[in-house]
Design a protein around this ligand. Structure first.
Ligand code: F6R
Length: 609
């Protein structure tokens, strides 16, 4: 989705803005632009397509100055084009701005402004904000901003340069993230933390409708009525290199390989592996709270939803609590009526996914207690949920979620284990067995990663597949959904996940000679049943690859190929079994020459509905 950067200070703004846009490029975009005060005027450069196009323009026609804003646009209103790319300005040439989000009442506002004589040049909702602000501006930036906020409906993060106040950047946001920070050479703004890390680690998260005014000397904050307010800062200890590719060809491979560390870091926040016990005070439940939970609902989108499907299994099987996992965009419009004693788990890597935020707010409005599982400190979900169980995956740059999924599943598992303990559903010996099993997970992951060439070789033979089916039962059915999503989103190969027993109710009609079917068989208690389903597709010509939990001769005998994970408890198998699936998707995409880290049409953080 769109990205915003801004800088005002003692240095030349242009390279700082371009560097920031480079860092934000992972979010997905189709045009980019900057505006810089060059000492006499605000000058803009923008271009459709890759950031390199903008860099080429700047090489031939440079701009320099110590205050500027920049933007990468992911088209929503109006096609990707030079005209529609940001920054946008007003007719009277008083200001320029960049915008993330969607202005929902832009048609009405545009008509009103056109009646007042404004001439529009683009198809964007953003230009409507620029013209509106221009119309309301009479020398008082904060007044114009607060006034415009009363008229605008929708979500926005705005960075604005006023021509008659040229060394200040005015920022405001609602339902769209924005962070500001003061570094040694001046003040910075960004829509996403990684773009700030090179300049400062102490950042301030802007709250809804709060205004920040950045100047070379510092940052001042105001509330939505223009009254000055104090805001604290948060120290971000993400490693700067964690947001860099290093020697890896793609972020996705780097992030797949980081999973043993991400898993360990996350688990260690909640588990004392030495004593073999959970750190009880890291979970938000007293014995009384835990006993009062009648039902759990988990919401998320995409991969986060898939993590929720495993969470559901853990809450049911370990803690004995009825649980449903739902897609946030469906749930928010389902008319669901919460019952007393329900707990809502909100899963989100970014903490900024629009549908997930809306579903969470709906639950909060109904008085339901919300627990976020989130990777980004200070994000909207982390701020608004009643409690947060953080994942410690570090920055995830590749669009395809890998280490965030793993750490989400880890936290859900541990939350279920904690609830199981408090509710007396599990004895000490079984708890210890599971915790010892968790301690062995990183080594089991490493052993798969050490043999990744085997998966690469398999992919080199299969990358021309047009359809791939993933099947499994229980936890494997949830894993299959994530495996199919990974494959389709980065390799563009049609893939489907099916509960193994459900195939013969229709979908088996699609199986023909050579169809690749990947059977996940990590649940020994269900293996015999899945083996029958494998046989059903094999006899119809399918080329079956099985992912097994240690050696499983009765399953393997039905399959053309087998990948084994190290034998483990079936509740823990998803942690390792997802890795070959991620590697498979990765290698298939690489073989096909797909842009692995930035698949077409996708954005990292989906801040619009
Ligand atoms: C897929 C993927 C997406 C995200 C989804 C939710 O690889 O990354 O499906 O999982 O957009 O994002 P978050 O977790 O940030 O709410």
């Amino acid at each position: 989705m769109c990205g915003i950067v801004g800088y005002t200070g003692t240095k030349n703004a242009t390279p700082i803005l371009i560097d920031g846009l480079d860092t934000l490029a992972y979010r997905g975009y189709d045009s980019a632009g900057i505006a810089v005060w060059n000492g006499t005027d605000i000058v803009m450069r923008k271009e459709k397509g890759q950031l390199q196009n903008l860099k080429d323009i700047l090489k031939n026609d440079p701009i320099s100055g110590s205050c500027g804003i920049g933007h990468t646009r992911w088209a929503t209103h109006g096609e990707p084009s030079y005209i529609n790319s940001h920054p946008h300005g007003d007719d009277k040439k008083q200001l320029v701005l960049v915008h993330n989000g969607i202005i929902e009442n832009y048609v009405r506002l545009k008509a009103m402004l056109q009646e007042r004589g404004c001439k529009f040049v683009s198809d964007t909702d953003t230009e409507v904000v620029a013209q509106l602000l221009g119309d309301l501006y009479h020398g008082d930036p904060i007044g114009a901003i607060t006034e415009s906020m009363r008229l605008i409906e929708g979500s926005f993060a705005l960075a604005i340069l006023f021509r008659d106040d040229p060394y200040r950047i005015y920022c405001v946001c609602k339902d769209s993230p924005m962070v500001v920070g003061y570094g040694k050479d001046g003040a910075h703004i960004a829509s996403d933390i990684p773009a700030m890390l090179a300049y400062t680690r102490d950042v301030t998260f802007m709250g809804d409708k709060q205004i920040a005014v950045l100047s070379p000397e510092g940052i001042a904050f105001y509330d939505e009525f223009g009254t000055p307010i104090d805001k604290g800062s948060t120290h971000i200890d993400w490693d700067l290199d964690a947001a860099k590719k290093g020697s890896y060809e793609h972020y996705m491979m780097k992030e797949i390989c980081e999973q043993p560390v991400a898993f360990r870091k996350t688990a260690e926040q909640y588990v004392n592996f030495k004593s073999g016990k959970l750190k009880a005070d890291c979970f938000p439940w007293s014995d009384e709270d835990a006993g009062a939970v009648k039902r759990i609902r988990i919401i998320g989108c995409g991969t986060a939803y898939h993590a929720g499907l495993l969470g559901k299994l853990y809450f049911k099987r370990l803690a004995g609590i009825p649980c449903e996992s739902e897609i946030a965009s469906e749930f928010r419009y389902s008319g669901y009526e919460f019952e007393p004693g329900e707990l809502l788990f909100v899963i989100s890597q970014s903490g900024e996914t629009a549908d997930t935020i809306a579903a969470m707010r709906m639950a909060k409005a109904a008085g339901v207690r919300t627990v976020a599982v989130c990777n980004v400190i200070g994000s909207t979900i982390a701020r608004e949920a009643d409690e947060v169980l953080f994942t410690y995956a570090g920055p995830e740059i590749a669009v395809a979620a890998t280490k965030s999924y793993l750490t989400q599943v880890t936290v859900l598992f541990l939350a279920a284990l904690r609830l199981a303990q408090v509710r007396g559903r599990i004895d000490d010996a079984r708890s210890r067995e599971l915790i010892d099993g968790l301690a062995a997970v990183p080594a089991a992951m490493e052993s798969i990663l050490a043999k990744k060439e085997k998966i690469q070789y398999f992919s080199s033979r299969e990358f021309s597949a047009r359809h791939v089916f993933f099947i499994g039962r229980g936890a494997d059915s949830a894993l299959a959904m994530e495996a199919a999503l990974k494959l389709k989103e980065i390799s563009y190969i049609h893939s489907e996940a099916y509960a193994a027993g459900e195939l013969k109710h229709g979908t088996i009609a699609l199986i023909e000679e050579g169809t690749l079917v990947i059977a996940l068989v990590t649940q020994p208690s269900l293996a015999a049943k899945t083996a029958s389903n494998i046989e059903e597709v094999r006899v119809r010509g399918a080329n079956v690859l099985a992912v097994t939990n240690g050696p499983m001769p009765d399953v393997e005998s039905h399959c053309a190929s087998v990948w084994r994970i190290e034998k483990t408890d079936e509740l823990l198998a998803p942690f390792t079994a997802i890795i070959p699936m991620q590697l498979f998707a990765y290698y298939m995409a690489v073989q096909k020459g797909c842009p692995v880290d930035k698949p077409r049409n996708l954005a990292k953080s989906v801040t619009v509905e």
